[in-house]
Design a protein around this ligand. Sequence first.
Ligand SMILES: [Zn+2]
Length: 205
Amino acid sequence: MNQQYSSLLLEKAVSEFAKLPGIGKKTAMRLVLHLLRQDTATVEAFGNSVITLKREVKYCKVCHNISDTDVCQICANTQRDSSTVCVVENIRDVMVVEATQQYKGLYHVLGGVISPMDGVGPGDLQIESLINRVKDGGVKEIILALSTTMEGDTTNFYLYRKLEKSGVKLSIIARGVSIGDELEYTDEITLGRSIVNRTAFNGTV
Ligand SMILES: [Zn+2]
């Protein structure tokens, strides 16, 4: 046991919290002590929500967005334009684009971008299922809304090569999103404008 802890249970809880992104040891300790001050029911509700989330969460079989049902609410919504599919890296990006209220099409969550440095290749991403969605018909336009990083550009180009002969219109969000920006840090107005002012994508940016 680490000298600073008088309880192994406390040490264990702090080290679990400290595994979360952006949480250092000090913050982890503060959170754990905060939980300790709550009544048992509150702490159990907290713990159970995490366990239930992990056990029961589903991913939409069409777009791979997080969902409580086999097909997510966005894909199931007949008011939305199912001929337009916005390709994003992760489920946070779906929320970010939704927050702009500028987009009424559907999504496709890749689960990341191609990054040879991190050992992420096309096969690790939901690219095959995107191509199948296009093959199945009904999709007229694919909007590429990936981060404006080298990995994002590599992925855009890969998708372009895979889809250029499919007849689907390929477009890319306008670069009001500055170079190197991750989508989730872009403000809603800028991102909303970037989607509305998207441009045709011909493999180069
Ligand atoms: Zn979906």
